[in-house]
Design a protein around this ligand. Structure first.
Ligand code: SAH
Length: 362
């Protein structure tokens, strides 16, 4: 049994079943035993691989995106670049290197990394040592000092806790984590929640990204009041849907979400319509979502790949494979279609690069 499972069993024995979002929050972020607190989960030896780890081109495109957004904001100085869940710091290192094309942007810049993982903070420090930019670490978005800020989040929102409601015996009931007769963790259902108005049929499941919406609301309020923008890229869906997407991954394999809490990565697909709603509800404007492949292509990914390959023929095959994986849709691991990008700006601000056509307007 994982150390966290022992703690959870005691907690449930004492207080009764806990909601799924509380379970997820503890499994991922318990101060001592949480999954993200204790390890670097990325890469072939870890549990999953992300876009910035596939190719330097991903972070470069986002760095250039940030420079352009800053110009559209009227080039305020100082400006903060805030990354949520920066992993190994690869995206930020590549973004800052690309931003050398804009020395005025770099001169105005303060970087904030919102990260709860001590091992990953160490990796970020090492990756960014030579960037020449001042880096601050924060535990949450609320800790970032006020002022205009550009937020970047890749595979961050999918790591935030979700709540489930199951339609059973005439109403929506919250899914909870309790104990079975042998004292093992198991799912159960609470009382009917009369406040939920959505229609349902027996067995339907509603997945609600409670923490993602909360975080997006805070950022939206801040962008509306103080200026700035957000770019979030994640695995997710565009229209509200029924069904659950919670999954647990350990060593590149799916496992039961209740098995070894604290040792498996728990994620849920991002509901982009809910993120856009939260941003708009906070007084900001939402753009997109659009597919990652389309977004990166509009930013110049194909041209960047050609330049990189021409500069180093020995790397051509690798660069082309990375291009396919980031922007393509044919292969099982291709991210071009499955991943989506959404942006948030102030109301009335020009659409950020990549989002500029009318059909993307949310
Ligand atoms: N963006 C990186 C890493 C994605 S993994 C990449 O694309 O490679 C998710 C990241 O979010 C990790 O850095 C993890 O430690 C961080 N994280 C997870 N939950 C968090 C939370 N509640 N607050 C801040 N960071 C969190």
């Amino acid at each position: 049994m994982s150390p966290l499972e022992t703690i959870l069993r005691e907690l449930i024995l004492e207080d009764g079943p806990i909601s799924l979002d509380r379970y997820m929050a503890l499994a991922l972020a318990h101060p001592v035993h949480g999954y993200y607190r204790t390890r670097d989960p990325l890469g072939p030896q870890g549990d999953f691989v992300t876009a910035p780890e596939i190719s330097q081109m991903f972070g470069e495109m986002i760095g250039l995106w940030a420079v352009e957004v800053w110009r559209l904001m009227g080039a305020p100085a100082p400006v903060r670049l805030v990354e949520l869940g920066p992993g190994r710091g690869t995206l930020m290192a590549d973004a800052l290197r690309a931003a050398h094309l804009a020395p005025d942007f770099l001169a105005a810049l303060e970087v904030d990394l919102v990260e709860i993982s001590a091992p990953l903070r160490e990796r970020q420090r090492a990756a960014l040592e030579k960037s020449g930019v001042r880096i601050n670490w924060r535990n949450s978005v609320d800790e970032t000092p006020p002022g205009p800020a550009i937020f970047v989040a890749n595979e961050f929102f999918d790591a935030l806790p979700v709540r489930h409601y199951v339609f059973r015996d005439g109403g929506w009931r919250e899914r909870r984590v309790g104990l079975d007769v042998e004292g093992r963790l198991c799912f159960g259902l609470g009382e009917i929640e009369k406040a939920i108005e959505a229609r349902g049929e027996e067995g339907d499941i509603l997945e609600v990204g409670v923490a993602a919406a909360r975080t997006m609301t805070r950022i939206g309020v801040r962008i509306a009041a103080q200026g700035g923008a957000l770019l979030a890229i994640d695995y997710g869906y565009e229209q509200p849907a029924r069904g659950e997407t919670l999954q647990a991954v350990k060593g590149h394999r799916f496992v039961d979400p209740l098995e070894s809490p604290g040792e498996a990565d728990l994620t849920a697909h991002v509901d982009f319509s809910a993120l856009a709603r939260a941003a708009k509800g906070a007084g900001a404007a939402a753009h997109g979502p659009l597919e990652q492949g389309e977004f990166l292509t509009r930013l110049g990914l194909v041209e960047r790949a050609a330049a990189l390959a021409a500069a180093n023929e020995a790397q051509r095959a690798l660069v082309e494979a990375a291009l396919e994986r980031l922007a393509g849709a044919g292969g099982r691991t291709d991210m071009g279609r499955l991943f989506k990008a959404i942006a948030v700006t102030r109301r009335g601000a020009p659409p950020p690069p990549g989002f500029g056509t009318a059909r993307d307007e949310a």
